[in-house]
Every structure is written in structure tokens, then in C-alpha cells.
Design a protein around this ligand. Sequence first.
Ligand SMILES: [Zn+2]
Length: 308
Amino acid sequence: MAVINPDHKYKVVIEGHSDEISWYVNYISEKGLISVIRNGGSDHQIAPSKIVNIHTDKGIVKGVFGWPAIHTRLASKEETPKLDNIFIDVGCKTKKEVEKLGVHVGCVITYPDPFHILNKENFVCRALDNRIGGFMIAEVARLIKENKKKLPFGLYVTNSVQEEVGLRGAEMITQTIKPNVAIVTDVTHDTTTPMINQKKQGYCELNKGPVVTYAPAVQQKLRDLILDTAKKNKIPFQRAASSRYTGTDTDAFAYSNGGVPSALISLPLRYMHTTVEMVHRNDVENVIKLIYNTVLNIKSGEDFSYFK
Ligand SMILES: [Zn+2]
């Protein structure tokens, strides 16, 4: 985390998670092929035909998720990629050879896919969920500095680990900071591409603005402050509702330390947990604007009580 005004008693957190989904090496067969397990919500359906980076003590070892050729498959009985049938080939014939490369059970596996821009305004990359969140909260801190804003509280710009495996980093950092307010940013699904049920998933579209969530973990008065800020500053926004859990670090902050007023501002994103996650530049800019202006509207000592 980075802190502005570390000596202030009243503490505001703006947060995004920093971790990336990956795989673990779980088993190496005698033929030198590697079976994996998930580290976070990695998607078995997109694995075949991907190049991978296996992280070892000897550095990155390259591999591929192999898949039987279309010619060799039975059209009448096609297997779909599943956790128990996908496998990585690192170009070895035996387990011994694989081990010689430095690969062992527990090595972490990521994809090497880089950043692209489509049609000038759409950013595509793996792990925009939620590296883009870290970028956006850092931009808020930059704007506060550049515009010489003096805050009447401590601002904790927080990039938590282990969100993808159960909000664990946020659970830890909220106990360390003990904040009075937390504004969390994460990504949420654009639901306008094929095969997504909008009645179930809600409506959300790229380039329509930040998404403000209604959920038990979201404190109403803090959310009102965010929505008022959006309206006053003419920042477009969308609404979403979550039943029980938001599934984001918001839950971890809200239910910590006897309760912390928390809210969630999400960035619309297509193709979550694939290697081609896509967001729109305007939404990125508007999330930054919305968090920045909301932070400027928070008063030191504000407890967001419903009883006044
Ligand atoms: Zn995720």
C-alpha cells in the first residue's frame, strides 16, 4: 500500500487486488506430461493451444497446453476441455527430463499474453482483472498530488494479494490498516456478448460507465455519496445488484473490524479470466474520476451513520 497522510487517525482505503489467476503443477506423468490444478478461477475451456510460462527456480520454462488434433477426435463423441483432461507438454519424453528443467509439483504457471489496443480505445490483456484496478487507484493518488489536493484524512492506496483465492489479502490488510471507509474497485462482466443471460447476470456494457453495486456489503450512505458525486460531475454510471456476496474484496472490508463502511465501483470487462480480457478506455478514465472525486468529498470523522 501507499499512504498519503500516514499520521491521520481517520483512514480511507481505496483498493484493487493485485493478484493474477494461474495454475499449479500438480502431477508429472512418466511420459513427461504435466497435469494442473487451479490457483484461483482459471478457465479449463480456454487452456488447449495456449503457450504457458512455468515459473521455476531456474527461471521461466516454456510449455504448451496440448490437445488432440481435430482429425483424431471422434466427431460423434467430442470431449470438452476439463480440469482432468488438459495437460502441459514442455517438450520432454520422461518425468526425469521435466524435472531436469527445474519443473516440480507446486510450480506456478501463467500465460505470457501481452497488452493490445483494439480500435484505438479497447484495452486487451490477461489479468486486467485486476491489474487495471491497481492502475486506477494509483492514478487517483497521482491526481491528488498533481492537483495539490490536501486531504483531511489518511488515504491508503491498497493493492491486495489473494483476492482470486478468496479475498484473503483484503482480509489481512483491513486488520492491519483498520480503516474507517473502504472504496473497492474490481472488474465486472459486460453482458452484451453471446451466450450470457442478462436476466440472470444483469445488464452491463463497455463504454457505459463505472458500475456501482447494490449489495448487503455495500454501505448505503457511502454509495449515495458515490452516486451524488457521479451526478454532480456528470460521470456516467451503471448499476448492478449482488445477492448475498459481491464476490469482491468489498465483502472482506465491510465485515472486518466490527464493520467498515464499504462500497464497490466496478469496471466493465469482457471475457473475464481468459487471456483476452477487454475494457474500454473511457470506463477506465471514468472510474478514476469517480474514485478521485468521491475521495475529495469524504469528510474526516464521517461515520456514515444511518441515525443522523
Ligand atoms: Zn478474477
